[in-house]
Design a protein around this ligand. Structure first.
Ligand code: HEC
Ligand code: HEC
Length: 465
């Protein structure tokens, strides 16, 4: 073999053995700067094939609601733009050809496939025949990015559904209408609970959980007449597990990886070290490691930065990690720990290092589904305990509708916090329009008594995730 040929052979061999490199993808703009995805080069592309292949009957693909170019979940601003097709704001691209703006469309089918009455309206029978009717029928999607999830009261539940107040007249005991915000279809390797109510979770098996989820999404959102094949389901799941997403650039503080650990590349590296119940609160975790309150240690290097915007992000991180407050009356937290009052930090629940999911798979009731917070445009449900005859009134029973357990009513999963700035509104019901609204809510729910400056710092930090 000539020297030249053997050099080629060595190079080829080195190429095929080198691990695929993670690559940053195109930026996604948001109110605070830019976020980016990272995927492994060579295994998939920014717009992932199986998750953008039509799997059902209504023109939808996974990326209709979860595309990387729309920040892994629609937000009301994008939804309105897609309805109106404002040039330059319509950031989503489709394979299936031209779509019309609401004003132009003579039938609903000409609209962007996000707008389908099976789950995009208050009820499947909603009038979508004229532009005016569509503007009102899709109001929840346009104002709060909410999708209708239809789920029955499970057999053997510890309660009975004793009253339904549905402004759209559709909900029954066989199908409650629950209006929920999309969860990001990325950063999934850090999940122990899949879906807001945990209904796709197969304990200890993320792959099986995501397969179950993908089949369900195809049958419901995409209105498929049969489930996807194992091969297609497997491809969807491997694409889903192949990406991370995080804020990369802050409009005021600049490059989030400059002297700090922000952005998607350090997050990508955390994936291989994740394990269930990692950094469990109050600890120790299954590997004997004590709880470390410094869940986020991305911006410690900016603590004494001369740049005030960077210093503010570092102060916000310290508040998240270290400010203690008393948590009481949180179902899914106090009762699970067996303590009526717990001295906690934000990271007691959002405990996965660098991510903020609950590595313990906690689902908690922060009181968001309470009747006092009900907007008039969503249903309200009354449940009566079969044994005690006690009543609970909620807009969404969360995990309680999956397990049928009384004490699970109102519990929702602890969501991950990376890439937050890209996907307002927040909470399962989209009730917090901004990150500042989330901070107001948690400050008052846990009586933390943050000062206005501390709230600003916490917002600056959360927006830099
Ligand atoms: C019509 C919009 C829509 C479409 C289309 C859609 N989803 Fe979703 N997705 C949602 C909503 C809404 C939720 C949250 C629902 C809930 O928790 O009850 C969600 C949740 C998820 C989650 C859970 C993430 C987590 O952190 O628990 C995954 C994974 C997911 N979707 C994947 C998919 C896949 C795969 C497809 C395509 C087969 C798909 N979705 C199609 C709206 C959509
Ligand atoms: C007792 C557990 C617990 C504590 C403590 C806690 N959270 Fe959460 N957090 C949750 C749960 C559960 C949700 C989802 C609630 C829902 O939507 O019903 C949530 C939601 C959020 C969200 C919205 C994310 C999204 O995608 O919608 C943010 C942001 C957040 N929390 C930040 C914080 C901050 C900051 C603190 C500390 C000041 C904190 N949390 C303390 C459990 C907790």
């Amino acid at each position: 073999m000539s020297a030249k040929l053997s050099l080629v052979a060595v190079l080829l061999c080195a190429c095929s053995l080198a691990p695929p490199t993670p690559e940053e993808q195109v930026p996604v703009g948001n109110a605070f700067g830019e976020a980016r995805s990272v995927i492994v080069a060579g295994t998939s592309s920014a717009d992932l094939p199986a998750t953008r292949t039509q799997l059902g009957t209504n023109g939808r693909v996974c990326n209709t609601c979860h595309g990387s170019t729309i920040g892994w979940g629609p937000n009301p601003e994008d939804d309105q733009a897609r309805f109106d097709l404002i040039p330059g704001v319509h950031r989503h691209s489709f394979d299936e050809g031209q779509v019309a703006s609401n004003a132009q469309a003579t039938t609903n089918d000409q609209l962007d496939p996000l707008f389908r009455p099976n789950d995009g309206t208050g009820a499947p029978s909603a009038d979508v025949s004229t532009p005016a009717a569509r503007s009102s029928s899709y109001a929840l999607l346009l104002s709060r990015a909410l999708i209708r999830i239809g789920l029955p009261v499970p057999v053997g539940a510890e309660y009975e559904l004793t009253a339904i107040d549905d402004p759209y007249g559709h909900a029954t005991v066989g199908e409650l209408s629950l209006f929920r915000r999309t969860l990001p279809m990325t950063n999934l390797r850090f999940e122990t609970t899949v879906m807001w109510d945990g209904r796709a979770t197969v304990p200890g098996d993320l792959d099986a959980s995501l397969r179950r989820q993908a089949i369900d999404a195809t049958l419901t959102h995409a209105q498929a007449t049969q489930p996807p094949t194992d091969e297609v389901t497997g491809r969807i799941v491997s694409e889903e597990l192949d990406s991370v997403f995080a804020q990369r650039l802050d409009a005021r503080a600049g490059d989030l990886a400059d002297g700090a650990q922000g952005g998607p590349l350090p997050l990508f590296d955390l994936q291989s070290g994740f394990y269930a119940e990692m950094n469990a609160f109050p600890g120790p975790d299954p590997r004997g490691v004590a709880f470390n309150p410094d869940v986020f240690a991305l911006y410690a290097g900016w603590a004494s930065s001369a740049d005030q915007n960077r210093a503010a992000i570092a102060r916000g991180e310290a508040i998240f990690d270290r400010r203690t407050f008393q948590v009481s009356g949180v179902s899914g937290f106090n009762d699970v720990l067996g303590q009526s009052t717990v001295t906690a930090t934000c990271g007691s629940c959002h405990n996965t290092p660098g991510v903020g999911t609950s590595s313990q798979g906690l689902l908690c009731d922060l009181g968001l589904a309470a009747p006092s917070r009900r907007p008039s445009d969503v249903p309200l449900y009354t449940f009566t305990n079969l044994q005690t005859h006690e009543q609970r009134v909620v807009t969404d029973p969360g995990q309680g509708l999956i397990t049928g357990k009384w004490e699970h009513i109102g519990r929702f999963k602890v969501p991950g916090l990376r890439g937050l700035a890209t996907h307002p509104p927040y909470f399962h019901d989209g009730s917090a329009a901004s990150i500042a609204d989330v901070v107001e809510y948690v400050d008052s729910r846990f009586a933390i008594q943050l000062t206005p400056d501390e709230k600003d710092d916490l917002v600056a930090f959360l927006a830099a995730l």
